[in-house]
Write a protein that binds this ligand. Structure first.
Ligand SMILES: NC(=O)c1ccc[n+]([C@@H]2O[C@H](COP(=O)([O-])OP(=O)(O)OC[C@H]3O[C@@H](n4cnc5c(N)ncnc54)[C@H](O)[C@@H]3O)[C@@H](O)[C@H]2O)c1
Length: 280
């Protein structure tokens, strides 16, 4: 198993491609347009340049990693890969379409994984002809830094698929935790409602973003405050996760804050658009 494909070259996709290529795999990055792929590759290049500057990586290694990453807009070009990680937007309909396309072109033994933050892996698995080979391989942002991967079994995922995925994750030098599918899995079930609650605090004028973040950094020892974290994750992604939790559990404790909705409607999505709770 030495060839991987990553679908979507955005915040997560380019990070996943970098980590997988660094571990020695040949990676094909797929996106809708060449310009999106170029943007993803620029981010990877910048990250690697920074690592070289900090003397964490040799210039020769950087070139080798970059040489192992190809880009394409055509699914036809990933026929030969052994594992695929999907990282397209957090929208079940978009993901289902991607899974159907992947299922058509890939060999029957290829694992199709999703980096979804909260959606049902079982729902994605059942649009393919290989539901037992579908699971969640959930990386955290920034992928190059965060050690954790949640390995999420849908209710049909086979033990063999899980074991192969676990080996793959270990080869990336990440730590896996085993999770049985449930909305938001473990981390986002805990984390995103906390971020949403911090946004309620802003909305209710209880404290300003900077003070809320300082409070959680100094009072709860969090490395990043919840609002800075929301900007890093992307407010659209946070809203999508809250909506999944709300819809799936039917519990009002998961309702999204109105301010979060307004900011997403205004296109203030955080770091990726230059403005969220802070300016970038
Ligand atoms: N942002 C985070 O902190 C974070 C963390 C963990 C998991 N996730 C999950 O990872 C996934 C991707 O999130 P992101 O933040 O990288 O999103 P993003 O919007 O930054 O990137 C998504 C990319 O997918 C591409 N895309 C859209 N439709 C496509 C298609 N049909 N085929 C190929 N590419 C397509 C887009 O052009 C874009 O480049 C989501 O499921 C999200 O919930 C996000």
């Amino acid at each position: 198993m030495n060839k991987a494909a990553v679908i979507g070259s955005g915040t997560m996709g380019n990070g996943i491609a970098q980590v997988v290529a660094t571990a020695g795999y040949n990676v094909t990055l797929v996106d809708l347009k060449k310009e999106y792929l170029n943007r993803g590759m620029e981010t990877i290049q910048k990250n690697l340049d920074r690592a070289v500057k900090k003397e964490k990586l040799e210039d020769k290694e950087k070139k080798e990693i970059l040489n192992r990453i190809n880009t394409t807009t055509e699914y036809e070009n990933i026929k030969e890969v052994n594992i695929v990680i999907e990282a397209v937007p957090e929208n079940i309909e978009i993901k289902k379409e991607v899974f159907k396309e992947l299922d058509k072109v890939l060999n029957q033994d290829v694992i199709i994984a999703s980096n979804t933050s909260a959606l049902s892996l079982t729902e994605l698995a059942t649009v393919t002809s290989r539901p037992e080979k579908v699971l969640g391989i959930h990386f955290f942002n920034p992928v190059t830094v965060m050690k954790l991967v949640e390995l999420i079994k849908n209710i049909i995922t086979s033990q063999d698929t899980y074991d192969r995925a676990k080996k793959f994750v270990a080869s990336l030098n990440k730590t896996a935790v085993e999770v049985n599918e449930s909305p938001g899995f473990v981390v986002n079930r805990l984390l995103i409602p906390m971020i949403n609650e911090a946004i309620f605090l802003v909305e209710e004028n209880v404290a300003c973003p900077d003070d809320i973040d300082t409070a959680m950094k100094l009072g709860a020892n969090h490395p990043l405050g919840p609002l800075a974290l929301a900007d890093l994750v992307g407010l659209d992604v946070c809203l999508a996760i809250m909506e999944t939790l709300h819809k799936e559990f039917g519990d009002s404790k998961y309702r999204a804050s109105t301010l979060l909705r307004k900011k997403v409607r205004a296109g203030q999505l955080g770091r990726k658009t230059g403005e969220g709770f802070y300016q970038y």
